[in-house]
Design a protein around this ligand. Structure first.
Ligand SMILES: [Zn+2]
Length: 304
């Protein structure tokens, strides 16, 4: 937590992904419109810091050069049944305000942050009429990624956002063991080059142990957010050095066999959880060879 923390209702993080913010999960659940007894939380920004307060005049923000960005969300100014406090901290080292429901402030005290009280009260889990408040942190971690110049700005933004989500999920995923988790997260710190794959039978491809991912945008992007994140994490597992055998027609999701139990396939389960939606998730994971869902592993001699 070494940079600006940004909180928003947009599940895609507004501009955060392309500004090299790292996704840090859901802080809690808040209201998107005014409700009985709620107050607006106003959002302010100056380069390097986002600041949120219930004070309509922004406390000291205007005189410190912060620009108003309107209302971020709505929450209770006093505690209601089922809600918990959102604590505010301020760094003494960098221009960062940090908000967390952890009464101990996570790592904030150890990093020189000062407690600044409670901003409001929110729900720790989904409650009727609430939306997730997403947290991002400026860590510069995807700044090393490289994108071929035929990849559009919009495609690049989606790739960064889906990588950020996949990276976050890989860190909390029980389907990967500690070594697998560490290795793929280390791969995310490398300069991974993104290029275009035109193989009609591929969603994406990568070289085992390489630093390059090829994406077939025509095949992959129409499949939606979940599939994009699954495929990117799968290919990042290849970059981290993990392989899988060619899928046989007898391989079945969940069979524990060499294909479905391989690290890249298990990593795909990190994206959407495990058993609850395993039916739809697993069916789309890994197609029969020759069908458009396959991940054809390419060798160094056989690049697209
Ligand atoms: Zn693969």
């Amino acid at each position: 937590m070494s940079g600006d923390h940004f909180y928003c209702l947009d599940p895609h993080g507004e501009l955060a992904p392309e500004l090299f913010y790292e996704y840090e999960g859901i802080t809690g659940f808040v209201f998107t419109t005014n409700q009985p007894d709620t107050v607006p939380i106003y959002r302010w920004m100056r380069p390097g810091d986002h600041f949120y307060t219930a004070d309509p005049t922004g406390e000291l923000a205007p005189e410190l050069g912060y620009v108003s960005e309107g209302i971020g969300w709505y929450m209770y100014p006093t505690q209601k049944a089922g809600t918990i406090p959102l604590y505010r901290w301020r760094s003494t080292q960098i221009p960062d305000h940090f908000y967390t429901t952890d009464p101990n402030g996570e790592l904030a005290p150890a990093l020189g942050y000062i407690a600044e009280g409670i901003t409001g009260y929110l729900y720790p889990s989904q409650s009727s009429g609430t939306s997730a408040l997403h947290r991002w942190m400026h860590s510069d971690m995807f700044r090393t990624f490289i994108f071929n110049n035929t990849i559009t700005a919009a495609q690049r933004r989606t790739l960064l956002e889906r990588h950020a989500f996949a990276y976050y999920r890989s860190g909390i995923c029980n389907n990967l063991n500690e070594e697998e988790r560490t290795r793929v997260r280390e791969a995310y710190r490398r300069a991974i080059t993104h290029d275009i794959n035109t193989d009609p039978n591929a969603n994406a491809s990568a070289i085992i142990g390489g630093s390059q991912i090829w994406v077939n945008f025509d095949n992959l992007f129409p499949l939606g957010d979940r599939e994009i994140a699954q495929s990117l994490l799968h290919e990042m597992m290849h970059c981290a050095g993990y392989n899988h055998p060619v899928r046989r027609n007898t391989d079945v999701p969940g069979d524990g066999g060499a294909y479905y139990n391989s690290p890249p396939l298990r990593a795909e389960l990190c994206i959407a959880g495990i058993q609850s939606d395993a039916g739809t998730t697993l069916l789309s994971l890994a197609p029969y060879a020759g069908e458009p869902r396959a991940c054809p592993v390419v060798s160094v001699e056989n690049q697209p």
